[in-house]
Write a protein that binds this ligand. Structure first.
Ligand SMILES: [Zn+2]
Length: 415
C-alpha cells in the first residue's frame, strides 16, 4: 500500500476534466471526464491518483480520510477575470440604471469608473484590504480556489503600484491562488493628457516588471478608451519587460481588440461581445483563450451576447469568469456564471464547467497546476451535495458546497 496524506472517498461523481495541460476547445470543450463511484489520493498538496474507488482504495492508504457522501467532486473554480480590489460599491448607479438613466446621465451624476478611481485614491489600505478579504472569502466559500485580480482604479503610477502591492498582500494572506494583472490602461483620467498618460503607463510597466508586481498586463482596448494602436504600444512594451498579455476586447463592437489579440498572440481576449464569429479560428490558431463574462451582460441587461456557441463550434477554447467589479458585474459567484453561460451563451453544462476550470486556468497561465484533478495537479477541489455535474448550473442560486479543499486542506479547518 502506498502512503498518502489524504483519501477522499465515496465520491458519487468525480469530474477530473479532460487530460493534458492545455485548454480544451472544440469537441473537447465539454470533456469533464466524469467517473462514478470514485476516490482521490492526495500527497503534499497535490493529486497523486484520481479514479474508480475500488482501484484507489486497493493501492493507497492515509491517516486522513474524507467522505464525499456520494456528492460530486470537481476542481475549484478558476475565476480568470476580476476587478476585486476596489474601495466602494456603486449601488446608487444600479438603482439609476433600473430607473432608465443612461450611461451619460450616470456619469454626469458622478458615477462610473471615475468615481471608483476617486474613492480608491482617497481610501486607506486597511479599509480596501478589509473589503477585499471579505470578497475573497465569499468567493472561496462558493468554490473559487484560483482568482485573477486586476489593478486599474489607481490610474497613475503611484496608485497603480499601490494597488498591485495590495493584491500581493491578499495573495500572501489568502489560501486561494491569486494572479495579479496590471491594468493601468483601464481608462484615461479626466485631468491628464492622453499622450502623457500613455507615456506614464510605459514608465510604470518597467517598475511593475522590476518589482515582479504582476504576471499579466491588460489593456481596455475599446471605442472611446484605448485605440488598437495605443493598446499595441502598451502591450508590446509589456511583453518586452516580461509580462504576459491580456485584452479587454470588443465589448461594444468589433473595434480592433480581438484582431490585436491575434496579432500579439495574447494569452486571453476577454468580453468578445462584438467579435464576429468567424474570427474564432484566427484566435484559436494564435493560441488565445476567449474569456466570456456573462455576468456583465446579465447585470447590464444587454440583449447582445458573445457568439459563444459559434466560438466553441470553431474550436476556440472558451473560459467563463465573473468580471467582478462594482459597476457592471457585482458578483464573484462562479456557480452563477456557469448557469448564465448555459442559459444565455448556450454552452452545455459540461462545456461551461470546463470553461470555469480548465480554460480559466489556461487564461491566467496556470494550465499545468490548476483546473484539473489528475496526478501532478494541485489538490484544489470542491465537494458538492449534488448527484451529478449537470445539476451544477441547473440548480442555480443556492450554494451546494459541502467543503472546499485548497492544496489538500479543507477550508473549514482554516477559519
Ligand atoms: Zn473587466
Amino acid at each position: 500500500m502506498i502512503e498518502v496524506d489524504l483519501l477522499v472517498t465515496n465520491i458519487g461523481e468525480l469530474c477530473r476534466m479532460g487530460e493534458g495541460t492545455g485548454p480544451l476547445g472544440g469537441s473537447a470543450q465539454g470533456n469533464v471526464d466524469a467517473i462514478p463511484r470514485a476516490a482521490l489520493a492526495v500527497r503534499r498538496g497535490q493529486i497523486v491518483a484520481a479514479g474508480p474507488e475500488a482501484a484507489i482504495l486497493g493501492a493507497y492508504q492515509a491517516h486522513e480520510t474524507y467522505s464525499a457522501e456520494g456528492g460530486v467532486v470537481l476542481p475549484g473554480w478558476v475565476d480568470a477575470h476580476t476587478h476585486l480590489l476596489f474601495a466602494t460599491t456603486r449601488e446608487n448607479e444600479f438603482a439609476m440604471r433600473i430607473e432608465g438613466k443612461s450611461y451619460q446621465e450616470i456619469a454626469a451624476a458622478g458615477g462610473g469608473i471615475h468615481s471608483s478611481v476617486r474613492h480608491f485614491r482617497e481610501s486607506d489600505d486597511a479599509s480596501i484590504l478589509r473589503r477585499s478579504r471579505r470578497y475573497l472569502k465569499q468567493a472561496l466559500a462558493l468554490g473559487t480556489t484560483t482568482i485573477e485580480i486586476k489593478s486599474g482604479y489607481g490610474l497613475n503610477e503611484e496608485q497603480e503600484l499601490r494597488a498591485l502591492d495590495l493584491i500581493q498582500k491578499l495573495k500572501e494572506e489568502t489560501p486561494q491562488e491569486v494572479v495579479a494583472t496590471y491594468l493601468g490602461a483601464h481608462e484615461i483620467p479626466k485631468d491628464v493628457q492622453r499622450e502623457a498618460f500613455i507615456e506614464d503607463i510605459l514608465d510604470t510597466l518597467e517598475k511593475v516588471a522590476a518589482g515582479r508586481k504582476a504576471e499579466f498586463c491588460d489593456v481596455f482596448c475599446e471605442e472611446g478608451v484605448f485605440t488598437p494602436e495605443e493598446s499595441e504600444r502598451i502591450l508590446v512594451k509589456a511583453r518586452e519587460v516580461g509580462l504576459k498579455l491580456k485584452l479587454h476586447a470588443d465589448e461594444f463592437g468589433d473595434t480592433g481588440g480581438s484582431k490585436l489579440a491575434v496579432k500579439l498572440q495574447a494569452v486571453s481576449a476577454d468580453h468578445l461581445h462584438g467579435t464576429p464569429p468567424e474570427r474564432a479560428k484566427q484566435l484559436a490558431a494564435a493560441g488565445v483563450v476567449g474569456v466570456l463574462l456573462p455576468g456583465t451582460s446579465f447585470f447590464l441587461n444587454l440583449d447582445h451576447k458573445a457568439p459563444a456557441r459559434s466560438f466553441v463550434n470553431q474550436g476556440l477554447p472558451i473560459a467563463v469568469a465573473s468580471d467582478f467589479n462594482p459597476g457592471s458585474s457585482m458578483s464573484q459567484s462562479m456557480p452563477l456564471m456557469v448557469s448564465l453561460a448555459c442559459v444565455q451563451l448556450r454552452l452545455t453544462p459540461a462545456e461551461a464547467l470546463v470553461a470555469a476550470t480548465v480554460n480559466g486556468a489556461a487564461a491566467i497561465g496556470r494550465e499545468g497546476s490548476k483546473g484539473r484533478l489528475h496526478p501532478g495537479f494541485d489538490a484544489d477541489f470542491q465537494v458538492l451535495d449534488l448527484d451529478n455535474h449537470q445539476q451544477i448550473p441547473y440548480h442555480y442560486g443556492v450554494s451546494h458546497v459541502r467543503e472546499v479543499f485548497v492544496g489538500g486542506e479543507p477550508i473549514s479547518a482554516q477559519s
